[in-house]
Design a protein around this ligand. Structure first.
Ligand code: NAD
Length: 297
């Protein structure tokens, strides 16, 4: 019989990841504090739980996809949280992007109760979550990874064991810093092109075939040209990931530069009330700085 899986946190990433785990044939119970996020999963055969407690008391493997360290530490470590209530021998896997200090706190507390724990932040965005093509960066005991590999395989083929707890989220923060800097460079370039009278679609096509191409350029047809700034990946979450990168760099006394510039843009978007929109919405701020008129619709 298939292992029973619980899934807590069914937002932009959690929901499509849970859909793929369910499709792979694992019986599943789900919980999110926003009940609407559970509806499609229940229609596809998942059990809606009334609380995280109900999930962890029944499932052999619990996956979580929550916003960041405060939510993860609350759900895992508060009295009556996952670590306290998980059955000894069961496995808790956190797919969220958090400070490396968070998995380092959770792992020993779980181990003391005979509960297995793995950090497993993911990359590839909502598109990758839907297509089950995510990269997964695990940190913790490699034997625990082997116990849940078949479940993780349902959300992505590229599963890495990076090292001890905290190592997975270190890679994740480095990745997101690079991705954010690439995106901002792309958006500044596009705004300059538009101000020079060039067509955004033409710019995209030429750069895609040239050395300025990157994954970030895919945001041009997906977000910039149709002016679709629905998340995707929220500004507030990218701000958190850049903060994580800067925290790691500071602890290691590495004088980094680009992450600070990238974070300034996220801060400007937060100040403009755009925190819940996709990070590509920063293009609209760059347009304003450049006095580029948005296209007439
Ligand atoms: P989201 O805000 O869309 O989803 C988070 C979900 O967690 C929400 O549905 C919320 O209701 C739920 N939640 C929060 N606190 C809860 C609690 N105490 N109990 C139960 N549910 C709770 O965020 P997301 O974009 O799905 O991101 C989730 C994680 O994945 C974040 O750490 C993010 O940085 C990371 N991530 C996101 C992307 C992306 O492209 N969106 C890509 C890779 C990694």
């Amino acid at each position: 019989m298939s292992v029973s899986v619980g899934f807590i946190g069914l937002g932009n990433m959690g929901n499509p990841m849970a859909v793929n785990v369910l499709k792979a044939g694992f019986p599943m119970s789900v919980f999110d504090r926003n009940p609407q996020t559970m509806e499609n999963l229940v229609r596809s055969g998942a059990q809606a739980a009334a609380s995280a407690k109900q999930v962890v008391e029944s499932a052999e493997v619990v996956l979580t996809s929550l916003p960041g360290s405060p939510e993860v530490e609350e759900v895992y470590l508060a009295p009556g949280g996952l670590v306290e209530l998980a059955k000894p021998g069961s496995v808790l896997v956190d797919l969220s992007s958090v400070l490396p200090s968070t998995p380092r706190k959770i792992e020993p507390r779980a181990r003391a109760r005979g509960v297995h724990y793995l950090e497993a932040p993911v990359s590839g965005g909502v598109t990758g979550a839907r297509a089950a093509t995510l990269a997964i960066m695990t940190g913790g005991d490699g034997a625990v990874l082997e116990r849940v590999r078949a479940i993780l395989r349902a959300i992505g083929p590229n599963i890495y064991h990076v090292g001890a707890a905290g190592a997975g989220n270190t890679v994740k923060a480095i990745n997101n810093m690079m991705s954010s800097v690439n995106s901002l460079a792309m958006m500044e370039g596009m705004a300059v092109g538009v101000k020079a009278g060039l067509d955004l679609t033409m710019l995209y096509e030429i750069i895609k075939a040239s050395s300025g191409n990157s994954n970030s350029l895919a945001k041009a047809p997906r977000n910039l040209i149709p002016r679709n700034f629905e998340p995707g990946f929220k500004v507030a979450l990218m701000n958190k990931d850049l903060e994580t990168f800067n925290t790691i760099a500071k602890e290691l006394h590495v004088p980094v530069s680009f992450a600070n510039v990238a974070q300034r843009y996220q801060q400007a978007a937060l100040a403009a009330g755009l925190g819940e929109q996709d990070t590509s919405v920063i293009y609209t701020l760059i347009e304003r700085f450049a006095a580029v008129a948005p296209p007439r619709t």
